[in-house]
Design a protein around this ligand. Structure first.
Ligand code: G3P
Length: 217
């Protein structure tokens, strides 16, 4: 499963990218507003820091303006992916942009039927929002399983990008359910390393090694 980081904070993204485990980045208008700074300059810095796909979202509501925004976003760097909302206008823009060779990430997906339409539009990525479904009393992970089954039934190549991830268990369960990618907030990414038995086990190994009085180098 590819690991993307869900953030527009350049400093934080550079730090996480240094782990060598990051395959891409997703941003959205709320994350851009939270990070502050010039949108295009932020995207340039993120694309330079992370070699994989970097999703940047259009904000127009009509297809023609989405197309213009998407084409402009794609001039920033080769690894930009145009994020479009799961609306009729968004899927029309997706289909045209994909036909022009511009990869798209269809966002704000909350049902398997919506994901089917995004695949029919030729989307490179579909972003089902797990956490927001869970917050709404629905089964976010069940949606990933449904989309996986539908895409496998018809051999759709659209990649399932599990989004709105809240916990390390979300990451684990999305991987078990067959998501192709998960976009993870930086704090949740850092939590993936953690287990109390790793910490206590390492402490014990180091204490016992010190008692031998030996060195490796
Ligand atoms: O970027 C899309 C998605 O990951 C947003 O997550 O936490 O705002 O529901 P969240």
């Amino acid at each position: 499963m590819q690991i993307f980081i869900d953030s527009a904070d350049v400093k934080e993204l550079k730090a996480v990218a240094e782990t060598g485990l990051v395959d891409g980045v997703t941003t959205n208008p709320s994350l851009v507003a939270k990070a502050g700074g010039d949108f295009f300059e932020t995207l340039r810095q993120i694309c330079a820091a992370v070699p994989g796909p970097v999703s940047a979202e259009v904000v127009a509501q009509d297809t023609e303006t989405m197309l213009a925004e998407g084409r402009k976003l794609r001039t920033v760097a080769d690894n930009i992916v145009v994020k479009v909302p799961l609306t009729p206008a968004g899927l029309r823009a997706c289909k045209t942009l994909e036909q022009e060779g511009h990869p798209c990430n269809v966002t704000l997906c909350f049902s398997a039927a919506q994901a089917l339409l995004a695949a029919k539009a030729g989307a490179t990525f579909i972003s089902p929002f797990l956490g927001r479904l869970d917050d709404n009393g629905q089964d976010g992970m069940g949606l990933i399983r449904e989309i996986r089954a539908i895409y496998d039934n018809y051999d759709f190549q659209t990649q399932i990008l599990a989004a709105s991830i809240r916990t390390a268990n979300h990451v684990r369960d999305a991987a078990i359910a067959g998501a192709d990618c998960a976009t993870i907030p930086p704090a949740v990414f850092r939590s993936l390393y953690k287990h109390v038995l790793t910490d206590t086990g390492l402490d014990a190994f180091l204490k016992d090694w010190k008692a031998t009085g030996q060195t490796i180098l």
